[in-house]
Structure formats: C-alpha cells, structure tokens
Design a protein around this ligand. Structure first.
Ligand SMILES: NC(=O)c1ccc[n+]([C@@H]2O[C@H](COP(=O)([O-])OP(=O)(O)OC[C@H]3O[C@@H](n4cnc5c(N)ncnc54)[C@H](OP(=O)(O)O)[C@@H]3O)[C@@H](O)[C@H]2O)c1
Length: 235
C-alpha cells in the first residue's frame, strides 16, 4: 500500500522504517523537503538530522506535506501536536476520503503554570486541548471528509511498531474513531506491526482519555527509570 507518514520526528521515523520493512511504499511528509534534508544538527530531542537517518532506508521518499498526502492511500499523522490542526487543515483536500491514523499529543512545551511538574527532561508540557476536547477531535473536525482514527498515542512509537519488544507483546493498544472501516484498516496495520490485543474505545471523543493518559504514561516511565513498558487491560 502507498502509506504516507506526515512527520519527520522520532515517531514518524519509527513508522516509516517499519512500514518499509513490511513491504509498503513509504513517503514521509515535512514542511520543506530541501530544508529538512539540509539540516546537519540534531533536533531539540537530540535525534540525528533526517538526511543522515534516511540514508539507511533507501526507498523512503521525503516530500512536502501536501504532496506527500496527495499520493497516499493511508496516512499516519506524526506532526507536532501544537501545529497539527493548522498543517492538516491546509492540506485537507489531499486527505479527503482517506484514513488518517493520528498518534499526536497536544503538548504545549514550556508552559507558564503556577505548579510546574519538574521531570528528568524539563518541565512537563501542558495538554491543550484537554478534558473537554482533544486533538483527535479537532483533527476530525478540521478534516470532515477524512476518517480519523486515534491510535498509538499511549505508547512510544518504537513500541507501537514493534510491540514484541516489550513483555513479548502481551499488552494493549487502543484505537478510537467514527468510521468502522477506517478502524478496521488501522487494526489491520497494528496487527501487521504485531499487536494481538487492540481495544476499540469507540468514537473519536475517546481521544480525550487517550491523550490525557500521556501524563500517566510519563509518570510510570519516570518511576521505571525511563524504561519502556506496556499497558495491559485485564478483563
Ligand atoms: N515520538 C513518540 O514516540 C511519540 C509517542 C506518542 C505520541 N507522540 C506525539 O506525536 C507527535 C509527533 O511526535 P514525533 O516525536 O514523531 O515528532 P515531533 O518531533 O513532535 O514532530 C515532528 C514533526 O512536526 C513538524 N513540525 C514541528 N513544528 C512545526 C511547525 N511550527 N509547523 C509545522 N510543522 C511543524 C515537523 O516538521 P519538519 O519535518 O518540517 O521539521 C515534523 O515533521 C507529537 O505530538 C508527540 O507528542 C510521539
């Protein structure tokens, strides 16, 4: 399948590499491909420049967001949460009718807050929107002709694309969205990644809980000294 990953960050790279391994045609989307390929310094997360990384994955193409979305049959959104709605709104015509799997978290970095939460990597970002709305819902409203499925947001994407790397894969992946067919498509991809327990949380409004879990996920990870872990729903 022709799959486009919108986003050149660590999560987008994890999906792109795994999708290539699974035999898909993979395009990665970015703001400006020349600028992205011209970068020589690690980004703020300390990850190597995209051009260096992609040299190890011949076959992955880099295009500007709109062109990348236009040729896709299936889209994964990994655009920084604070900018995702604006970027996706601008390329809505290229996403119409398509399934968009969204794993972004609506983090606002360095928030001015009365009670900051210090973490090993700085102050915990704030969630915005939170509680009474979510990024997943905002994206679906911005893309009324696309089928948005929130998935993968409760995990590091390296674990999403390789669940067996944690606990032999015995943990749960959550999805939510309005379109049953799109959720089936996303579930099929997750199964190809290795997920055996995919729990459908229902409509896109469940993105609220999935995104708010980001703080709990971080708290557990701090307690584990940074180790990767999975969450299993026992029923
Ligand atoms: N990494 C993970 O394992 C993980 C896990 C769960 C959730 N998330 C969430 O998923 C989202 C993506 O995470 P990520 O780590 O894969 O990548 P990221 O570093 O958060 O975002 C990378 C992408 O966002 C774009 N971007 C950044 N600022 C922008 C701006 N001002 N305007 C337009 N585009 C902009 C970048 O464009 P360029 O390509 O042009 O630089 C890049 O493609 C985030 O919300 C993150 O919190 C990540």
């Amino acid at each position: 399948m022709k799959i486009t990953v919108l986003g050149t960050g660590g999560g987008g790279r994890a999906h792109a590499a795994r999708l290539l391994q699974l035999g898909h045609e993979v395009v990665v989307g970015t703001r400006d491909s020349e600028v992205t390929l011209g970068r020589t310094e690690p980004n703020f997360m300390g990850i190597e420049p995209f051009g260096q990384w992609v040299a190890d994955y011949p076959g992955i193409e880099l295009m500007n967001f709109g062109d990348a979305a236009a040729g896709a049959e299936f889209v994964i959104n990994g655009i920084d949460g604070a900018n995702a709605v604006r970027v996706l709104s601008g390329i809505a015509e290229h996403l119409a009718g398509k399934t968009v799997m969204d794993y972004a978290v609506p983090y606002v970095y360095n928030p001015e807050r009365a009670h900051p939460w210090p973490t090993p990597w700085g102050v915990m970002p704030a969630l915005d929107p939170v509680d009474h709305d979510s990024l997943g819902e905002q994206i679906q409203r911005a893309l009324p002709a696309a089928k948005v499925v929130k998935a993968g947001v409760t995990q590091e994407q390296e674990t999403v694309v390789n669940p067996q790397s944690v606990g032999g894969g015995d943990h749960t992946m959550f999805i939510a969205g309005e379109d049953a067919g799109a959720k089936e498509q996303v579930t099929e991809l997750l199964r190809a990644y290795g997920w055996q327990d995919v729990l459908d949380l229902g409509p896109i409004v469940s993105s609220r809980g999935m995104e708010m879990y980001a703080h709990m996920h971080s708290a557990i990870q701090f307690a584990l000294g940074g180790a990767r872990f999975g969450m299993k729903v026992i029923r």
